[in-house]
Design a protein around this ligand. Sequence first.
Ligand SMILES: Cc1cc2nc3c(=O)[nH]c(=O)nc-3n(C[C@H](O)[C@H](O)[C@H](O)COP(=O)(O)OP(=O)(O)OC[C@H]3O[C@@H](n4cnc5c(N)ncnc54)[C@H](O)[C@@H]3O)c2cc1C
Length: 358
Amino acid sequence: MDIAVVGAGAAGIAASISAARAGAKTLLIDKNPAVGGTGGCSGLTTICGLYDDAGRFLNPGFAREFAEQLKDGSPLRMGRVWVLQYRPEKFREVAAHYISNSPQLESLWNTGVENAVMENGRIVQLNGIAVGAVVDCSGTAEVARAVGVECLATDETTQASAIVFPLGNVTRELGTTADVAQVLLPVARAGFPPLNLQPSLEPNTLTAKFAGTTELVWPLIEFLRGNVAGFENCSTPVTEFVPARRAGRMIVGQYVLTGDDVLVGRSFPDAVARCAWPIEQWGRDGIARFKYLPPGVHYEIPARSLRAANIENLFMGGKTISANVDAIASARVMGCCLATGAAAGNLAAACIQSGRTR
Ligand SMILES: Cc1cc2nc3c(=O)[nH]c(=O)nc-3n(C[C@H](O)[C@H](O)[C@H](O)COP(=O)(O)OP(=O)(O)OC[C@H]3O[C@@H](n4cnc5c(N)ncnc54)[C@H](O)[C@@H]3O)c2cc1C
């Protein structure tokens, strides 16, 4: 196999399709039974990080192409940023369609990273399969864990988990921040952990991101039914609530992108992706803290942040790119994961094809 991509979320989808399109025989591996990762399987319904602050695509290529396949509407302005609303089932369908129509791409589901063999500073085998290069899109740097390379990590103090679920039968309009605040205030006063409500493409439905425990979800819904106008009949089809993990591990690469790079909108001669999303930290208290880039500014991500520092043929996409805790708080959003995934797939393919890994 030329390239193994580990992880079939936004980054791994982009990496594997891009590598296969570039002509590399590619294997996509995921411990889950099917494609999707966080973007397709956690209940999220907005892709952040695709646009600049005028609502224009920041990255051409696969990130834009994938987003256009998902699109059921126009970009939506949320405060100072733009997002793309999508349906998670469409995310999975579009990704599965790409995979099954890529002749150079094979996939292996229900398969975790079990072992990796190194020779002369290169990974030569993954799970017993001979590989020319590896792209780690696992979100938690599982390939790096298997070969023992240096990583940085976010944790629950800066990237706290949340339970994401659709909340249907809501008859109240929440068009403005003030409208949302009127709902969230009684929830907070009643002592519930922070709740975040986002629009959804489904009629009368919101996407809830709840910082509480799974046991508190039904009491929260009961509270909304009894105390908030327009929520009297609210409900969710979800029966098993699972906290989605924002925290992850980043592999130390040839360059570690910093929060300062993000906030000043740094450019790089070897740039392969762009992003304008703010630094978005989620504290253990479940509250988001945003640091925005200046108006009209975006930052670049260099190829060096997608190449491992000490392993010649290891590349990274999505949440595992070489970035510090502040920079990844911006670059972890899905639009940027699609862009860095695609770039990592192209870098890995180019290196394989030129017969070298640098
Ligand atoms: C609560 C929450 C809310 C969020 N809200 C938004 C939002 O509104 N908009 C937005 O754009 N982003 C949002 N994000 C961030 C975004 O969803 C993720 O950062 C992004 O999807 C990460 O993509 P990825 O491809 O890097 O990793 P993931 O999507 O996490 O994919 C990693 C894949 O690797 C696989 N994997 C893991 N370990 C192994 C292993 N050992 N072996 C094989 N496979 C493995 C997993 O099964 C998974 O499929 C949110 C995240 C969370 C948790």
